[in-house]
Design a protein around this ligand. Structure first.
Ligand code: SF4
Length: 426
């Protein structure tokens, strides 16, 4: 979401500033922040200290902080981080020109007002960090789920969906500019809902309409909440080959006791039923997940339940973290963060080791198959090789030959590591 937000911010400021890669040349530096984990916030603090030194040399340089961290701890930040000139929350980016003007007059200010309506749907993002092939489209903002460990409903406000007409127009325009893949973004895309006068448009309807733009436009989406992923969506995915057979379905824990404390709304059994359905309707669908190790009160048995869940699903990929308390959340108020750090690390390492094994097994099963790869760039290891992704979101590397970035290539997989498929075009 932060990349998509930064592209909206770049668009709002495009009449006043152009983007530079050089810190020394910059007149304005904006840091877009995430508060989901403590170490993300610590990295921003470190960055602000580094930028303070730059500001001493360049007195007219302005530094602003955007995003969730701005929302969560604005007073504390303004008090402690003297290099900051202004702070803007995720729903207040339209006020940036005004805040920058005040900052240039040395008036330190902030706007962290949350909105029930803001979706920035009339703003065409500036794709400054894009490879020209893949782009993000934010289809909704905020979240209503209140998982007990998560700050997002407090920093990004309540869930609201964007007008589908503007989303489809954005996807169409990206396709016409040469983009070949769009990722539809939201905290919980499966609860996307837009009420037209006569009919309701849900996420499955929206995805279908985007899929009809062109068979050459690939569609991905993130993130799905297990409680909301519908059979209707799975059937639409099976109907359109350009909707990638890949679903990111965060499980967080395999223990019902932990899921209840996390306020995830589903049980292990319900989650496994959804996985069964996905595999039934989309037999070649890759599934990835998020896992938190060492949540409050997690016993060895709870941890083992997570490991057994991972094996049962056979995830292709996982984002894995150890729990860190986020102030203001229900978990911070109600539960003791009682798992010792060394034990959290040990459990996280076990989760990571298992996932490495599962990813490698999954990739090995692809050897000998031919997959369609959308080419995204030149391999970091060799300029004679290209890389891209197959529909299952696996990175594939293969010899360049006559192909170019943005082409589709049929690649036969001949080797793999846990993270990459290696092949030859056919
Ligand atoms: S679904 Fe839960 S974890 Fe995801 S953003 Fe919403 S509250 Fe946070």
């Amino acid at each position: 979401m932060n990349v998509a937000d930064s592209e909206v911010v770049a668009s709002i400021l495009s009449p006043f500033y152009s983007i530079t890669d050089s810190l020394k040349e910059a007149e304005l530096i904006l840091l877009n922040t995430c508060s989901v984990r403590d170490n993300a916030e610590q990295r921003i603090r470190k960055r602000l200290r580094e930028l303070a030194a730059l500001k001493k040399k360049n007195k007219s340089l302005l530094i602003g902080l955007l995003g969730c961290m701005a929302e969560r701890i604005k007073e504390q930040l303004l008090e402690e981080e003297k290099s900051l000139d202004f702070i803007v929350g995720p729903d207040a980016y339209r006020s940036l020109p005004e805040l920058i003007e005040k900052a240039s007059l040395q008036i330190v200010s902030f706007n962290v007002a949350l909105s029930e309506e803001e979706t920035y749907d009339d703003i065409e993002p500036v794709r400054y960090a894009s490879n020209g092939v893949s782009a993000f489209i934010a289809i909704m903002r905020g979240c209503n789920n209140f998982c007990s460990y998560c700050v997002v409903p407090f920093t990004r406000g309540r869930e609201r969906s964007r007008d589908p007409k503007t989303i489809i127009a954005e996807a169409q325009s990206l396709f016409e500019k040469g983009f070949r893949e769009v990722t539809l973004l939201g905290q919980n895309v499966n609860s996307y809902c837009w009420n037209e006068t006569e009919k309701k448009i849900d996420f499955a309807d929206l995805t279908e309409q985007i899929a009809q733009i062109s068979p050459l436009l690939r569609i991905r989406y993130a993130t799905s909440h297990p409680k909301d992923i519908s059979d209707k969506l799975l059937f639409i995915m099976s109907k359109y080959p350009n909707i990638c057979h890949y679903i990111h379905l965060p499980v967080q824990s395999g223990s019902n006791k932990m899921l209840k404390k996390m306020n995830r709304i589903y049980t292990r059994e319900y989650y496994l039923e959804r996985i069964k359905k996905i595999k039934e309707i989309l037999p070649n669908c890759a599934i990835s997940t998020d896992i938190i190790a060492g949540f409050c009160g997690e016993t060895e048995q709870d941890h083992q339940d997570t490991l057994s869940m991972m094996k049962e699903v056979g995830y292709e990929y996982a984002f894995m973290f150890k729990y860190s308390v986020r102030g203001g959340t229900a978990a911070a108020e109600k539960y003791e963060d009682d798992i010792p750090e060394e034990l959290k690390i040990k459990r996280l390492e076990e989760v990571i080791a298992l996932q490495q094994h599962l990813s490698l097994q999954s990739n090995k099963r692809d050897i000998g198959k031919t997959v369609t790869v959308l080419i995204e760039g030149i391999s970091k290891r060799s300029d004679q090789h290209l890389f891209g992704r197959n529909p299952q979101n696996k990175v594939c590397v293969f010899p360049k030959k006559e192909y170019k970035i943005g082409d589709y290539a049929e690649v036969k997989i001949i080797k793999c590591t846990a993270g990459t498929l290696l092949g030859e075009t056919i």
